[in-house]
Design a protein around this ligand. Structure first.
Ligand SMILES: *Cc1c(COP(=O)(O)O)cnc(C)c1O
Length: 389
């Protein structure tokens, strides 16, 4: 697309962009919704250039087009899950390469690096990217790639993306930002200097807990080619149907998030005032250690709240089990509220020492706030808190 045309496209508001995207393959038929192309193969030499669904399908292209409009970037590449998107990026490195990682990365990213790619000779080092001597650490290690996440899971630590990217760009080190928690609605890693912006579309982007997917956005043609190569060479492609579901889900992303964030910020304040809650972590609250940075880097505080109860593990578990609307489950970002006990769920495979070191205690809970009515959610939390009093 010519740059003027692209500017025109981007002048539309975000709600319009996710609803009216180009490339929907329905102009000829008048269909309002795009069709699903459940085909494994395509006639050789067709106009659109498709050949086999492992390396491309019209439903991938539709989703990629809306994702790149949302992120305001040139390219997006879709995968079967967030972990498949991570695999695609990492598989472009080679034995002996070092990835410098934020110490609080998503658990499955840690497992993939340490238990799979480590066997292929890839090295990973884990550091705290909020440390003031981060420039020295980067220079000393001279990594092939930097991998950060902000806000982190589940402690919602905020990393200064622009600062890390400035340092890395000077040394020509590509930076990957896992943007799953913030989504491109709240934070644009590529605009802050990142090379690759990764999202598990399973979470907020799809938003309905009925499909898995992953995506990587970039401004680099070279990286787009590497990602497309991994998609077909490693078989990391999504299914056309899942892409169709995610394309449908994304249309309400800004609406859903607005409501979820509205609920979450009110709940965070109310929980913080409750004597049965020891502490609340929410990026836009003044008591968050990186609140200023969060407000500069993100447009809103997100819909995840992390809180520590004044309770032991058994009581914490009983609290979770007595919630009615917050179902105890892994995952996040759907329209339904969920609660997660990281110590025994998402971080179960992490050693006790590491959990203690990074602050994942037995009474720590992560709430993914949904679109339900605020009054119902807050009374649900209060009635469950009663078992602690
Ligand atoms: C869920 C998640 C992933 C992995 O995505 P899947 O779609 O479950 O494979 C990666 N990063 C973050 C931050 C996540 O929350």
């Amino acid at each position: 697309m010519g740059s003027n045309k692209r500017k025109d496209e981007l002048r539309k508001g975000v709600n319009t962009r996710v609803i009216h995207h180009k490339d929907n393959f329905s102009e000829e038929t008048g269909s309002i919704m795009p069709p699903i192309f459940p085909t494994s193969t395509f006639v050789h030499g067709n106009e659109c250039g498709f050949d086999y669904t492992r390396s491309g399908n019209p439903n991938f292209r539709i989703l990629e087009s809306v994702l790149s409009e949302l992120e305001e970037c040139q390219f997006a590449c879709v995968f079967s899950s967030g972990v498949a998107a991570i695999t695609a990026i990492v598989s472009s490195l080679k034995a002996g390469d070092l990835i410098l990682c934020e110490e609080n990365l998503y658990g499955c990213t840690v497992r993939l690096f340490e238990q799979v790619f480590h066997r292929f000779g890839l090295k990973s080092i884990w550091i705290d990217f909020t440390d003031s001597n981060v420039q020295e650490v980067i220079s000393n290690h001279n990594p092939a790639m930097i991998w950060i996440e902000s806000p982190t899971n589940p402690l919602l630590k905020i990393i200064d993306i622009e600062k890390i990217c400035d340092l890395a760009n000077k040394m020509k080190i590509p930076v990957v930002v896992d943007n799953t928690f913030a989504t491109p609605i709240l934070q644009r890693p590529l605009k802050l200097g990142a090379t690759l912006s990764l999202t598990s579309t399973t979470k907020y982007i799809n938003g309905h807990s009925d499909a898995l997917g992953g995506a990587v956005c970039t401004e680099s043609l070279e990286w787009r080619d590497k990602l497309n190569f991994s998609q077909k060479a490693l078989g990391l492609n999504p299914s056309p149907f899942d892409c169709w579901l995610i394309t449908r889900g994304i249309k309400t992303l800004p609406l859903r998030l607005e409501r979820q964030i509205n609920n979450a910020s009110k709940i965070a304040n109310q929980l913080a005032d409750n004597p049965l809650i020891k502490s609340v972590i929410y990026p836009f609250r003044n008591d968050h250690p990186q609140c200023k940075l969060a407000k500069r880097q993100m447009t809103l505080g997100g819909a995840i709240i992390t809180a520590t109860l004044d309770a032991n593990q058994t009581q914490t578990y009983s609290f979770c089990k007595s919630l009615r609307f917050f179902k105890m489950a892994e995952s996040l970002g759907g329209i339904e509220s969920l609660v997660c006990h990281p110590a025994t769920m998402t971080h179960a495979s992490v050693s006790k020492e590491t959990k203690e070191k990074i602050g994942i205690t037995d009474s720590l809970l992560r709430f993914s706030v949904g679109c339900e009515d605020f009054e119902d959610l807050i009374s649900d939390l209060y009635q469950a808190l009663e078992i602690l009093s």
